[in-house]
Design a binder for this molecule. Sequence first.
Ligand SMILES: [Zn+2]
Length: 261
Amino acid sequence: MLMDTSIIDAHLHLDLKEQNPLTSLLAKMDEEDIEKCVLILNMPAERKTFLKDIQVYNQNKGRFIILSGINVHDESSINEFEQLMNLDCTPGIKIHPRLFELTLDDIPWYIDFCEKYPGLPIMIDSLFYGEMIEHHIGVEYGVHLARHFKDRKIIMAHSGSLDFLKCMMATRYLNNVYYDYSFIQSFFKNTSLRLDMVEFLRRTSFRIMYGSDYPSFKLAECKNDFAALITEAGLSEKQTRDVLYNNALEVYGDRLSFLER
Ligand SMILES: [Zn+2]
């Protein structure tokens, strides 16, 4: 069922252990019939690797949407973002409260920054992971930015994870907020969170996007895990196409047509 539909993987990364990460990512996407992907460059090392392989990107522009991490504590993240802009990658903005050790006090800085780049989608990490619990504030960031930028798409990466229900109940009435199930669909497949993921796939299929979080998980594994949730939720063919493809196209489509010009 999953195989008949074109797929956009709306959340993945480069595997920096590979010799040619971008080339090997394309090969893996081909193997698993992934048409396009949203490639997230959180850290300087990821951006440097990407820039080294910019040729490969240029030859396959229509298959990649790039998001670049903006770290208030790291000036180079802003310079590299500008560099990507100048190279015509026009990346969306990725905010990672845990990785960048952000606090709620940094929100005004991010609002100012995003205002300088109108129209760019904004993805916020909301994976509850590790001991630095003071930085597990992705849901708060998402809500603040979605309330401020009502005409922009805000993507909650990992859908709040442990704060899944909090994330859904805080954001489901903000119709500019979208979600991905990357990481959580595989990591929590045998926990009580599965029940919530299935239920909200059913209720909110028009705003949830498929994503793998490769290389943390293999592409094939993620597809299987997500397919199982789709089956359990009893999604129609149209809803299945939405979560696998159409919703991502709605969020990022203007970037793709821009890139393909
Ligand atoms: Zn990720």
